[in-house]
Design a protein around this ligand. Structure first.
Ligand code: FES
Ligand code: FES
Length: 152
């Protein structure tokens, strides 16, 4: 059985078992390795992607259920091949440590930036409740989000 998926605007076909987690299909079949399988239980956010515009842990979504959805991974969030505002702000604020959490952080914060341009510090914290940073660099990440909000 094959599954037709739309990933970052590309129409791709997966031959994985229907219950295979989407994160594994993205990484192993499509070589999009931004999303990270870490907890595999929906808690850490390292595997976050946008499904029809909403941040979604791709470790919890069977590939068969992703058919017909607009899937956007961190690889698809650049603008004209360059950093998007939140990526640029994270770099400017020197917010990245080991980087394991960052694809998911970028996905969640890009969603916040595009859906709530007037977001507050409280809103940023709320938007990141599904994203865990083991390096505990939250303050710089929040400062970066505030910078991106102020400059877009
Ligand atoms: S690996 Fe999916 S939420 Fe942690
Ligand atoms: S930068 Fe290391 S887990 Fe967040």
């Amino acid at each position: 059985m094959s599954h037709s998926l739309t990933v970052n605007g590309d129409h791709l076909t997966s031959t994985a078992d229907p219950v295979t987690p989407l994160v594994d299909v993205l990484r192993e079949e499509f070589h999009l390795t931004g999303a990270k399988p870490v907890c595999r239980e929906g808690f850490c956010g390292a595997c976050m992607v946008l499904i029809d515009g909403d941040p979604t842990p791709s470790c919890l979504m069977p590939v068969a259920l992703a058919q017909g959805c607009d899937i956007r991974t961190v690889e698809g969030l650049a603008i004209n091949g360059g950093l998007n505002p939140i990526q640029a702000a994270l770099e400017a604020c020197d917010a990245v440590q080991c980087g394991m959490c960052f694809p998911g952080m970028v996905v969640s914060l890009t969603h916040l930036l595009t859906t709530r341009p007037g977001a507050t510090r409280h809103d940023i914290r709320a938007a990141l409740t599904g994203n865990i940073c083991r390096c505990t660099g939250y303050e710089r990440i929040i400062e970066a989000a505030l910078l991106a909000l102020a400059t877009t």
